[in-house]
Design a protein around this ligand. Structure first.
Ligand code: EPU
Length: 346
């Protein structure tokens, strides 16, 4: 589709059911799809929607809508991959923010560029990925991130953000905090290696490779194994509405960690390098508190992964949130741990 510089069409009272992976039928006061930065700037310059907050949507894979959205919802479909730098060791690949994250991973794997293969099959778009520094199987997007470009909504200037400016942490970035609502991310650039940097230490990757007799894996093998593991644990949003992990894995100081390790010797745990803090899997607490597979109407907790809340059909955002609140209260009561949501709630 050719890039348009014209302001895009805006729809009123528009259902977001197709645009959030929970499949919640919330309505946006206004809704539009942008395929270029220029078209969004043209829309801003009309001044027609300046009285409203603008909510940017990528794949809608990290959002729970509990009410109608009194905003202009802007679905970012700025597309395109291009190679902006190459030497003997690495490439810098630029991606439009509206590309699907998994399409970017496939593109990199096909070209044998290494760095993001462990992040295969994560739902959502490239532009949403740095917002919460997506991560899986021992890799986070910050590891391969080079820089991004974003439109400053106040000045309408395009600004470049280097890695250090993005303040990446565990499911955290500048764009979730000080930068929230101030920028529209338009492109993200990744530094990928021509020599594979194979990372098999996390979770079941090595076990699955062993079971297949793969001793010298390629990045294509790694991405296939990650896809297999994810499919076995995580529900496909096209079949059962969900937003991946609903809560973050809690990181606690050593005195709390010691209390838990003494009381529950089998509890899985992940020491944080350079700190005495320890991270524990929220899914373990939720399962132990008895919630795995819980269902109330169409809202529930996934049968294979207690960290994932699901919509079996016509659940409302409020019903999903009510289960989340009950889970938080019961994990707090049983373990003295307060869970934080990873998903953005509106
Ligand atoms: N566990 C249970 N019961 C459960 C789920 C997990 O006991 O129902 C325990 C198991 O012992 C398991 C451990 O928790 O070994 C870790 O589980 P898993 O490997 O499934 O990963 P996770 O910690 O639950 C995190 C990310 C996922 C990512 C996986 C793999 C967060 C909040 N979630 O989940 O990311 O795919 O690791 O790296 O950090 C997402 O962010 O949406 C997401 C899916």
């Amino acid at each position: 589709m050719p890039k348009s510089n014209k302001a895009p069409q805006v729809f009123e009272n528009y259902s977001l059911k197709e645009y959030n992976t929970f499949g919640i039928d919330a309505r946006a006061q206004y809704f539009t799809i942008i395929s270029s930065l220029e078209s969004y700037v043209a829309l801003l310059k009309t001044g027609l929607y300046s009285h409203l907050p603008h909510l940017f949507l990528g794949g809608g894979s990290n959002i729970l809508c509990t009410k109608h959205i009194d905003a202009l919802v802007v679905k970012n479909e700025i597309k395109g991959f291009d190679l902006i730098q190459e030497d003997d060791e690495s490439v810098i690949l630029r991606s439009g923010a509206g590309e699907l994250w998994d399409d970017l991973v496939s593109y990199a794997v096909q070209h044998n560029w290494s760095g993001i293969e462990n992040l295969a099959l994560i739902p959502g778009t490239v532009g949403a990925a740095p917002m919460q520094n997506i991560g899986a199987y021992g890799v986070e997007i910050k590891d391969a991130f080079d820089h991004l470009e974003a439109l400053n909504l106040e000045t309408l200037a395009v600004e470049r953000f280097e890695k250090s400016q993005c303040q990446f942490g565990y499911r955290e970035s500048y764009f979730k905090h000080e930068g929230k609502g101030k920028y529209l991310i338009s492109t993200v650039c990744f530094k990928l290696n021509k020599k594979p940097t194979i990372q098999t230490s996390y979770g079941a990757i090595q076990t699955v490779l062993d079971s297949k007799g793969i001793t010298n894996p390629t990045i294509s093998d790694i991405s296939k194994v990650v896809i297999e593991i994810r499919k076995s644990k995580l529900p496909d949003p096209k079949e059962i509405g969900n937003s991946g992990s609903f809560f973050k894995n809690p990181t606690v100081p050593s005195h709390v960690a010691n209390r838990l390790l003494n009381a529950y010797p089998g509890i899985p745990n992940y020491p944080i390098s350079g700190s005495s803090d320890i991270k524990f899997p929220a899914g373990w607490f939720i399962e132990q508190a008895g919630w795995k597979g819980f269902r109330d109407g169409d809202a529930g907790v996934h049968v294979h992964q207690a960290l994932v809340l699901v919509n079996y059909g016509d659940a409302t955002g409020k019903e999903i949130l009510a289960i989340a609140e009950k889970i938080k209260a019961s994990v707090n009561e049983k373990f003295g741990i307060s869970l934080e949501t990873e998903v953005n709630i509106y």
